[in-house]
Ligand binder design. Structure first.
Ligand code: NAP
Length: 221
């Protein structure tokens, strides 16, 4: 499988976004967020990294990683700045972000600025992530959220991390993030349309492979 993180074509150190998520399924909110962050933070590229198994989830709670990986590729094809990496799929076990960032730091070198992009709800829990202190020194974080989201949790996080590490986290608001994967799964299960909420190819893939038709175990946990 091609590792779409080859930095050999770069002529300068660069700024790289690492878009981490379960992408179950990927939707226009994720894509709009990645594009807005790319422009807002002047990133050269955004690498989507579907988690094989997010550390706080059980395998039975997430759709097979190969489906989520293929949908991510389909969704990102039309943007020349977007890439998809199988790095977490190729590693066995839980997808710890520290392992991913360490591997990619070695690939890109110390000169490249890495930004790990994901939803604010996930980042608010970062103190419970493996080696979070080291992680925050290896890359900066961009916590994407929808406008009007109450960010009271950020004050607690500032206290827990201290000012220096907390300053490595940037909050970025994206209107399209009103869409959520859990709502999309629910819509498919109830036979409702997901047209215009996900790219057409992703919609076709979900229908063809009959994904999300069974009761959503994720919502029950
Ligand atoms: P999650 O708990 O499924 O999602 C939390 C919230 O963030 C949801 O509202 C989700 O919306 C949103 N979200 C997730 N990824 C997003 C993205 N890339 N852009 C915009 N919104 C996003 O989170 P998760 O997907 O399992 O985890 C997020 C990332 O953090 C993954 O890369 C995961 O591996 C990493 N993580 C690492 C550790 C660790 O290293 N110990 C622990 C936890 C998470 P949608 O459902 O619509 O996406």
């Amino acid at each position: 499988m091609q590792h779409c993180t080859d930095p050999s074509t770069r002529s300068r150190p660069g700024r790289v976004g690492l878009m981490g998520g379960t992408f179950d399924p990927i939707h226009y909110g994720h894509l709009a967020a990645a594009e807005a962050v790319r422009q807002g933070f002047d990133l050269d590229t955004v690498v989507f990294i579907p988690a094989a198994l997010p550390p706080h989830k059980q395998a039975s709670q997430v759709t097979d990683a190969s489906h989520r990986y293929i949908m991510t590729i389909l969704a990102t094809l039309s943007n020349e700045f977007f890439k998809v990496s199988p790095i977490e799929l190729e590693r066995r076990g839980s997808s710890y972000t520290i392992d991913t960032v360490r591997e990619l730091r070695a690939v890109y070198g110390d000169e490249t600025q890495l930004f790990f992009i994901t939803g604010i709800d996930a980042i608010l829990e970062i103190c419970s992530w493996r080696d979070s202190g080291t992680l925050l020194t290896l890359c900066e974080f961009i916590a994407v959220t929808r406008p009007g989201y109450v960010t009271a949790g950020l004050n607690k996080l500032r206290e827990a991390l201290g000012e220096s590490l907390f300053s490595r986290i940037h909050v970025f608001s994206v209107p399209a993030l009103a869409i959520s994967s859990s709502e999309l799964r629910e819509r498919v299960r109830k036979g409702k349309s997901i047209k215009y909420l996900v790219p057409e190819q992703v919609e076709g893939y979900i229908l063809k492979n009959r994904l999300y038709l069974a009761t959503d175990k994720k919502a029950e946990c």
